[in-house]
Design a protein. Sequence first.
Length: 362
Amino acid sequence: MYRCLVLLVFIAFIYSNHVLASFAPTAAELQEQDYILEQLNHILDEPHITSKEESVKLAHQLFESLNEEQKEEMILPLNKAIAHKWSNLPINQASRNGVPLSELNTQSFILAMLLLQANLSPLGFEHMTEIIKADYFLSTTIKNPPFKWGAQEYYISIHGNPSYTKPWMIQLTGHHLAKNIFINRSKTTITPEFTGTQPRIFQINNRTYHPMNAKVNAVHALLLSLCNEQKQQSKLNDEFNDILLGPGNDQSFPTQEGLLIKNLNTEQQIQVKHMIEEWVAHAPYEARKALLHTYLSQEQLQKTTIAWAGSTSIKRPGSYFRIDGPQIWIEIYSKEGVANKKQAHVHSIWRDKLNDYGGILK
């Protein structure tokens, strides 16, 4: 019996290590990742001037550069069931719409990035690339990674026929990232937008990246400024292990709770406005301007609340914070690290109660 038990433990150990090792990047995958980072850095260093008006042309040029199999995978119908199929989980835990970046040739890759660049702010595009770089960091620095990480595991898809008159959507999704860019004539929306990173701070080629720090620091500063009474009024009774309205939870907004922003002091109200701007800053200029005009209007701010749970230090694992208004919904949660339990990582989502998926795929 003892020998059998020892044998079973040994087999389990070998199997466990085999499973862990199976997610280490192959030599080919490392080459793919290096290629993707090289191309991203090239676009960032020598930005192409693109505009929303060029999106239709860029999309059709992208289509023409694809092979038939890629066209079938990338060009999808515009409907709720397909559009809602996105995830922030690693690829071995959730399937994705579209074609992985690693399968695009150089022409297709550049056209895909220019299309995204045309429909995000410069900050939004750079932030997107930094989240992809975080996955590269995990993939190339963590021994025996427990999940399928890497810059090659981000997928792009086009929903509907790119047109100047009819709505269509660009979706980019991967670990800690989801962009749902909906284009409807002159109106562009980019929610739901999932952003996150693990670890919060990392280095590649002696350059330091911290894609979520501006958001984390904005929330941290506000929570630290709350007096005891404000903390009690804004504290949620629930315990959280992640954000509420991530993938698969579209249009599931809970009953509003928390402390009304109008009951904060002037400086704290300014901090909340700054915080909202940090999320909305990823949208292209015209969309950002219109959304901030709405979100920060006196009418909406009077009905917007903040709430927290776990800890008033958002940098501590288990800490949760939200902004809930008539139209805006923002959540951020600090999770225990997976690759390194001492390094907390961040999940966040920005949703628009009226304009997610352009407001027509609810």
